[in-house]
Design a protein around this ligand. Sequence first.
Ligand code: GLN
Length: 522
Amino acid sequence: MKKYVVVTGGVLSGVGKGIFSASLARLLKECGVRVNVLKIDPYLNVDAGTMNPNQHGEVFVTDDGYEADLDLGHYERFLGEDMSRKNNITAGQIYSAVVKKEREGGYLGSTVQIVPHVTGEIKKRIESLEGEINVIEIGGTVGDIESEVFLESVRELALEKAADDFLFIHVTYVPYLKASNEFKTKPTQQSVQLLRRSGINPDMIVIRSENPVNGDSLKKVALFGGVPIDMVINLPDVPNVYSVVEILKNYDVHRKVARRLRINLDESNFKWDYPKTFKTYKIALVAKYLGTDDAYKSIIESVFLSGCTKPSIVDAQVLEEMSWEQVCETLSEYDALIIPGGFGKRGIEGKIRAIHFAREYKKPILGICLGMQLMVIEFARNVLGYKNANSTEFDSNTPYPVITLMEEQKKVLQLGGTMRLGSQSMRILKDTKLWQIYGGVEQTSERHRHRYEVNYDEYPELFKMPNESGNKLVISAQSNFIEAIELEEHPYFIGIQYHPELKTKVGNPHPLFKALVDSIRN
Ligand code: GLN
């Protein structure tokens, strides 16, 4: 038995299809259903790795080294399961597979067309999903030229299968006009019409809104959308997105889906625990991708799921323009700092100043990937006096290249999917804070996404092993590379070459974030 729930979006992108799909999947999972999820991204990039986080949000890296859309992060956190490259398809992957097959003679004699060849490739990928219920989220908004081929594919597939194998849910937005004190359903009505033009009738309409929408407006949506009123669900904004699972349950969405798909649910073991109370510590995320909070989604959610209010973003470039006194004054307001990953030169001097402040004033600080590399640079410059020490990523002529391109990266010519990616194993060294934080685990693996590494061979004098003496950075985890560093005599000064934020799940935040929050004493 394989059933499919297709989630499409209307009116606007970014209204929360990802959260809805993840919450629905978790709700069904809690009712004993084996669920799987698939995000379809209609863009032509083969994966999200080459996109700017300012526009598209963070790149979420899976264990198998796939650079995915951030929705896979929602799926992992909500479902408590690791995703892989099988959980995401992009138009780029589909078209390149079709063109490759054509060159190999795979369609010999045929004119290769969108229908049936491209749709055929999409349907094949969808059919390979192995859940009892497969939740398929189609990215973008109906009416987008890129998504039409995907809508066509699910329409065809639904026709080929039994009537109770498919369910279509359309997630839209109903705006509120303050001037006339009314909710406006016209954009939703029109987006349902667009969906119908692609041959798809929604079975359920989910209305996102800022505030609860009144009953009359919901009736209007039901009427014009051609669905029974009990299949119109209103989801107003909530302060805690993890409550959506519960809200959907209260609306009986799981039973409505199950009835339509003719499957049985077992609700006897339903359990959904998520943090509801939060410490109100102020954590600064010293960052540079300011276009959208989505650029640091997994870090923000990791702090939140550790039971602390969400971090605020501090513009790294603003710190560059301040006097040192202003930097100290600004950052003193915060209880802890996080220096996230990133690429390119912009903002790095501001981040280095934040690290300098945290080191001197013993403010808890977590440096992630680029953040750890900058911790090494800061230490070389300000403790060892290596003037202009840098990473060759930002200054190819630095007199002290303490961070350099990994040897294996020197041969790399293409930029898509070629970094050191995904799960890599490492050894945590005993008698370090890291070792304590991991609960005494010595061998583990974490997810990576980088090209540069600590240049230990040329600058061993910056580092020491645990229990050695001297004012140096303690190496706290190793593989072929230095994976983590820390400082003694500091409440929390930890840098890691990997991305712990990618492993946080609801009810199981990565211990590095939990420990950061715990290190704050007011
Ligand atoms: N730009 C750095 C590198 O490539 C750091 C990458 C990151 O922070 N993800 O190594």
